[in-house]
Design a protein around this ligand. Structure first.
Ligand SMILES: Nc1ncnc2c1ncn2[C@@H]1O[C@H](COP(=O)(O)OP(=O)(O)OP(=O)(O)O)[C@@H](O)[C@H]1O
Ligand SMILES: [Mg+2]
Length: 168
């Protein structure tokens, strides 16, 4: 949720989870992802965590990828193979209801530090959150099909969208 203007919108269809995985993999391969702030929107069971799991796998995470529903955030430190590490923070704000937690739990610092931020249920922390680069709004259609509205709010978001064109 943001009041910044949308710079570009695309509507995509994922006919199955594999298509979600292809989209995630295309994103994982673009350098613009490293400092990106991506919000995932859509109802319970839409596929927000599933998308993040595919993205983290494509980035090289091999261990268990937990849904951060209770912890609010799950951090990852990924080795990029060239000596660099990538900090990833996977948020789920579904249970977030105390704005003081934003400061107390160090969320503000995370957003102020380089690294990839992925946030489910961002609307629950809307006043605190900075403008995202990209918002993916997932809508379940019949069976495994998902309609995905992709909104870019920054030049980086536009770059991310461009990188997924082949996969969409
Ligand atoms: N095209 C698709 N893309 C993503 N997930 C899909 C797709 N088709 C089926 N699924 C399934 O839908 C389910 C999505 O669950 P998931 O936990 O990712 O939802 P969520 O949006 O994170 O929900 P919550 O709001 O509870 O966190 C998974 O079981 C996944 O396998
Ligand atoms: Mg989830």
């Amino acid at each position: 949720m943001t009041h910044s203007p949308i710079l570009e919108t695309r509507t995509l269809h994922w006919p199955d989870e594999e298509a979600c995985g292809r989209f995630a993999s295309a994103l994982a391969h673009t350098p613009a992802l490293r400092n990106a702030n991506i919000e995932l929107d859509g109802p319970l069971g839409a596929g927000k965590t599933t998308f993040v799991r595919h993205l983290l796998r494509a980035l090289g995470v091999t261990g268990r990828i937990k849904s951060p529903t209770y912890a609010v955030v799950e951090p990852y430190s990924l080795s990029l193979g060239n000596g660099e590490t990538l900090a990833v923070s996977h948020f789920d704000f579904y249970r977030f209801d105390d704005p003081r937690e934003w400061l107390d739990a160090g969320f503000r610092e995370i957003y102020a530090t380089p690294g990839l931020k992925l946030a489910e249920w961002a609307s629950k922390a809307a006043p605190q959150l900075p403008t995202p680069d990209l918002v993916l709004i997932l809508a379940p259609l019949a069976d495994d099909t998902r309609q995905v509205r992709a909104q870019a709010f920054t030049p980086r978001g536009i770059e991310l969208l461009a990188a997924t064109t082949e996969a969409a």
